[in-house]
Design a protein around this ligand. Structure first.
Ligand SMILES: N[C@@H](CCC(=O)N[C@@H](CS)C(=O)NCC(=O)O)C(=O)O
Length: 232
């Protein structure tokens, strides 16, 4: 059994998408990041960066001791390696998948995250910051659109953890001030993933965990006022 420490955000959705695709049984443990659950001592032992998602696998392939993993990219890779699915098994396919997974982790995720921050949440409208991240998000959409432009259905051909990592960060395309129809290959890819039964199930799970998702003034203080004291 896998314990999933989860909240209903793009990085959380990555893992429910994987687990639903793989039909792996899991126990969902909500970590409400709007109320500060991510700073609890027990959670920090599993996720020292005070961020969701994290997992504990009670039945790893090696040994009897449970293994805990934080960072969504590391979790996706661990799970894909465990079941030998959603990552090609040949050298070239595996490395292509890792490049796009790292592209999401180091590029699309953080840049779209800053876009969300400055466009939706920052208390002041800072035109330079907003333009910077809207444009950078657009550039990254362009990169993904080009990768998909040779007629392939998914980022590395077959459906993989690179797609599962990227899709949840394209879901808020309107809030990111992107016109998805201007990226035709990306748009078709997005619809293809949106309609997969496992994707639908993963987003249905989210609705049961967080019935009224909203970022309040109180939660903004928790989410955006952190310094090193929160992990002491
Ligand atoms: N690089 C990390 C980022 C995780 C992350 O930023 N998680 C957010 C939700 S999407 C979170 O837990 N935020 C809690 C906080 O900011 O205190 C990953 O991919 O796992």
């Amino acid at each position: 059994m896998i314990d999933l420490y989860y909240w209903t955000t793009p990085n959380g959705h990555k893992i429910t998408i994987f687990l639903e695709e793989a039909a792996l049984p899991f126990k969902l443990i909500p970590v409400n990041i709007s109320t500060g659950d991510q700073f609890k001592h027990e959670f920090l032992k599993i996720s020292p960066n005070n961020r969701i998602p994290a997992i504990v696998d009670h039945k790893p392939l090696e040994g009897n001791k449970p293994i805990s993993i934080f960072e969504s990219g590391a979790i996706l890779l661990y799970l894909a390696d465990k079941i030998k699915k959603f990552i090609p098994q040949d050298l070239r396919g595996r490395n292509e998948t890792l490049q796009w997974l790292f592209w999401q982790m180091g590029g699309l995720g953080p840049m779209a995250g800053q876009n969300h921050h400055f466009v939706q949440y920052a208390p002041e409208k800072i035109p330079y910051a907003m333009t910077r991240y809207i444009k950078e998000t657009s550039r990254l959409y362009g990169v993904l659109n080009k990768q998909l432009s040779d007629g392939r259905d998914y980022i590395v051909g077959e459906y993989s953890i690179a797609d599962m990592a990227s899709y949840p960060w394209i879901v808020p395309h309107k809030r990111q001030e992107q016109k998805i129809e201007e990226f035709p290959y990306l748009h078709k890819w997005f619809e293809r993933i949106r309609q997969r039964p496992a994707t639908i199930k993963a987003y249905d799970v989210a609705k049961t965990v967080n019935v009224a998702p909203s970022v309040t003034e109180e939660s903004k203080k928790i989410l955006f006022g952190q310094d090193s004291k929160v992990v002491k």
